[in-house]
Design a protein around this ligand. Sequence first.
Ligand code: NAD
Ligand code: WQD
Length: 340
Amino acid sequence: MKKKILVTGGTGYIGSHTVVELQAAGYEVVIVDNLSNSNENVLDGIENISGIRPVFEKLDCNDKEGLYTLFQTYQGIQGIIHFAASKAVGESVHKPLLYYRNNIVTLLNLLDLMPEFQVKGIVFSSSCTVYGQPDILPVTEDAPVKPALSPYGNTKQINEEIIRDAIYAGLPFKSIILRYFNPIGAHPSAEIGELPNGVPQNLVPFVTQTAIGIRKELSVFGDDYDTPDGSCIRDYINVVDLAKAHVIAMDRMLEDKSDKKLEVFNLGTGRGVSVLELINAFEKGTGVKVPYKIVGRREGDIEKVWANPEHANKVLGWTAHETVEDTVVTAWNWQKKLSK
Ligand code: NAD
Ligand code: WQD
């Protein structure tokens, strides 16, 4: 029988790509999402790719009774992938309580219910933001967690601590914490992708919206950093590669491939790419110019960070395969579809 997985935030950007990969691996997926940052049409995109329409329940994960009913309705959920969260760093500075509630209560509700419904494990979406500006690059999982620069970043640190404490207290489940670097791109079919809300804060959606003419020009935030070309460096990871790691993590927990009850993995490529290099890769791959100007630094930006992904490479047997050059083309194809 197919194993049943609950995907919270499954109509969102990373969630939708992960649902497709879970289905391809033979899992049965139940999505819960309150559609606060996504759209029910995403289900059509998923079905167009996989031929399977996942079960969907519109539900807020803050609603514990609603979650309880959900676990009763869909008996036999074996694992959870918890994507549901608010993720806009700037907004979190202005609406901290919203972020603490939405990103923390949702996790507490799930962890509370897991033992009663015998859910074996939870994969949690964390972020390289927990490292702040690392002292040593590429950054490994044992690098110190630095004081968070935003309430959003703080919620990820607190979430990790909650999971750690719950596991050490002997609660009967496993967890894998995945620290994503910078997810970009879209499914190669262009059936699903990122749906930015309002003016994009992240680089790649801003690049694609500028290239298609929605935005006049891209502002490059700083060219006076201590990097080869002066612009900031990140580890941009293809969203489908990222999604695949979740399937491996789920297999690992459900098949008891490790004795460890809690594991943490960096999910990145191991390659640092500057803002100017990314713009260049986009222009080369798509043949479309991106008008841009250099402006001052953005407050709170980290100068440079990229992953040491060896732990995930060796232990999970997972490696990011797609290049930034190819991935920005998938983002462009998605932008063209959105703008039709
Ligand atoms: P997203 O906003 O596209 O997806 C999150 C989904 O969760 C949305 O569909 C939203 O409607 C839903 N949601 C939010 N609050 C909810 C609630 N209370 N109940 C039910 N559904 C709720 O974001 P994403 O980029 O796919 O990110 C997924 C996860 O990965 C988040 O936890 C995010 O913090 C984390 N993450 C994202 C990035 C990134 O750059 N995209 C990087 C590191 C970590
Ligand atoms: C990338 C680079 C900008 C926009 C954020 C969150 C982090 C994580 C991923 C979830 C930076 C530059 C950007 C623009 C620019 N999310 N840039 N012009 O800042 O690495 O991380 O998203 O956990 O927590 O903080 O990603 O895409 O915003 O920026 O020059 O219009 O692009 O300065 O160097 P970031 P980003």
